[in-house]
Write a protein that binds this ligand. Sequence first.
Ligand code: SF4
Length: 301
Amino acid sequence: MARSRSCLWRRRPSWRTRCSTGSRPRSRRRRGEPAGRRRPDARSRLPRADALRGRERAHARTCDARRGHPRPGFRPSRGAGGRRRSRGREPSPDPAAKGPEVATGPQIAEAPDLETLAALVASCTRCTLHESRKNPVFGEGAADARVVCVGEAPGAREDETGRPFVGRAGGLLDRLLLSIGLPRKSVYICNVLKSRPPRNRDPLPEEVAACSPYLLRQLALIEPEVIIAFGAFAARTLLETKSALGRLRGTVHRYSGYPVVATYHPAALLRNPGWIRPTWEDLQIVRRMLDGVGDREARGG
Ligand code: SF4
């Protein structure tokens, strides 16, 4: 009978003479040898002989089973010798069953242009918001804009259209920007989050953490002179503070080295028309910075 390749006995040269078939060696009595003091042999010199005897028994059971001759009543155990090990490699997973690849931080940070970055956002699954969004809202505007407007997250209209700041709030934003001599297409408009949170709830910290690399890369590619943070959430997120928007307004702050001016969100202005004047005053700071008058303010941020 051919020996099993997996037979444990073959791996012990000193045992080969006693296990020519890979089966359990016969006892001394069955070999016709007298009982009594045992011959000094290789086995007797092995350490932990008791433990090895238990292993022999376990191995003998497995070895019989592997050769296709299980003993009556044999059931592979989960013990040392009874464990069945798979032969060969595990079957590789079906590539078609793999989900979409998640954009990694280095991929985002090394995106060479806004189009590449937008493609990463379009297939992004870095947070759970991708499950409920209709369209990602990457941002739009001039790639060399001097001003970047940053809002909180897409709303229902933005989610439908895939464009930031549309609808009535978007129209008001356009008029506010025009009041400081900036047509919409001369600036870049985006949000902290690129996917809409369900029912416009506040973004969660983990969603902000997952999405922030996109905003950082957008800013690095555009290199604006000023960032306008529209709304308390955008301002608090960019400035990493919990201060009220009222305390953040009227001063130039910094985000990753870029000057930041915080002001009210256009949607809030629709509900509170009394805030339009303070917002216009905040935008005058931006105008002065673009004209080079506000350098001292920016340095002091
Ligand atoms: S919110 Fe940002 S991180 Fe989350 S799925 Fe959308 S693009 Fe990806």
